[in-house]
Write a protein that binds this ligand. Structure first.
Ligand SMILES: [Zn+2]
Length: 288
């Protein structure tokens, strides 16, 4: 006899609802091929079109959350993309990450891991989630304007997440969120994820325990560090939120925000690790 968990896992496998690192990598490659996806650029608009058409194919309810950001370079039109898959509990689990790349003129920077990986990862997560039985709604959010134009300050960087957290606070949506899990730079071949210190400690524990149970604990480090990222505006408003980030990209993080952040530094295996763990975490959140 199979246990319920084994049976559910077999059903998910049969339905194609297992997370594929290869597919996540291919989405990332498609986005990187467009060139730097800085807000307002043609490549950025093409990235949105690519993501929208994929999400429509999956049958998601897609919302474009458009707003004007006041940046040090003047006002910039930005848009978050939100995909919703309905559950039955009235509660929601959110997976998020950013798809914009940092403005670095004439540098050759393409943001394979920083911007590309989170966006590609979420596109495959959407496919896996679309095929599962769902208790909670699952919402996937691609934030725009995560990157600062100059430096992270309360008014530069995290434009999309600050905008959406405020909006969802005002309309009461935040109260429905059981957990918000943000990913950033999780495509690194040499994957080691920080225990990020602004994150909800109970949610961090659940993720680390799930990784250990799946035999993937070596990628979830005991190293701690505080990293301002798109989870932060939600943390500030009391949402149980966590940031999964590998902030050691290349020797001494030397690939970060440089032209060395290219596709060859990113691997399908790393996507698969994070995808398997987060689908495991989703199942745990549904059991509670
Ligand atoms: Zn960045």
């Amino acid at each position: 006899m199979y246990g319920t968990q084994t049976l559910l896992a077999l059903l998910a496998l049969a339905a194609g609802a297992e997370f594929s690192g290869e597919r996540a990598f291919r989405h990332t490659a498609e986005l990187v091929r467009l060139g730097p996806r800085t807000p307002g650029s043609a490549a950025h608009a093409r990235a949105v079109e690519y993501m929208r058409s994929w999400l429509r194919k999956l049958g998601a309810e897609v919302e474009e959350d458009s707003f004007e950001a006041a940046t040090p370079h003047g006002p910039v039109r930005m848009r978050n993309l939100i995909a919703r898959f309905r559950g039955s509990s009235g509660k929601a689990v959110v997976f998020s990450g950013h798809y914009d790349t940092k403005v670095m003129p004439a540098s050759g920077f393409v943001g394979a891991n920083d911007g590309g990986a989170s966006a590609g990862f979420l596109l495959e997560m959407a496919r896996a989630v679309s095929l599962r039985m769902r208790v909670h709604d699952v919402w996937l959010v691609w934030f725009d304007g995560e990157e600062a134009y100059v430096d992270y300050t309360p008014t530069d960087g995290l434009y999309g997440s600050r905008h959406l957290a405020r909006r969802w606070h005002q309309d009461g949506t935040l109260q429905r969120i059981v957990a918000l899990i943000n990913v950033d730079m999780i495509g690194d071949r040499d994957l080691g994820i920080l225990r990020e210190e602004y994150s909800d400690p109970r949610l961090v524990d659940l993720i680390w325990k799930t990784a250990a149970r799946l035999g993937l604990g070596r990628h979830f480090l005991n190293r701690r560090g505080a990293v301002l990222d798109d989870h932060y505006p939600f943390v500030e408003l009391g949402v149980p939120a966590v940031n999964l980030i590998d902030f050691d990209y290349g020797p001494n993080n030397s690939y970060w925000h440089t032209p060395a952040d290219t596709l060859d530094k990113v691997s399908p295996e790393s996507f698969a690790v994070v995808g398997r763990v987060l689908l495991g975490v989703l199942a745990e959140l549904e059991r509670r």
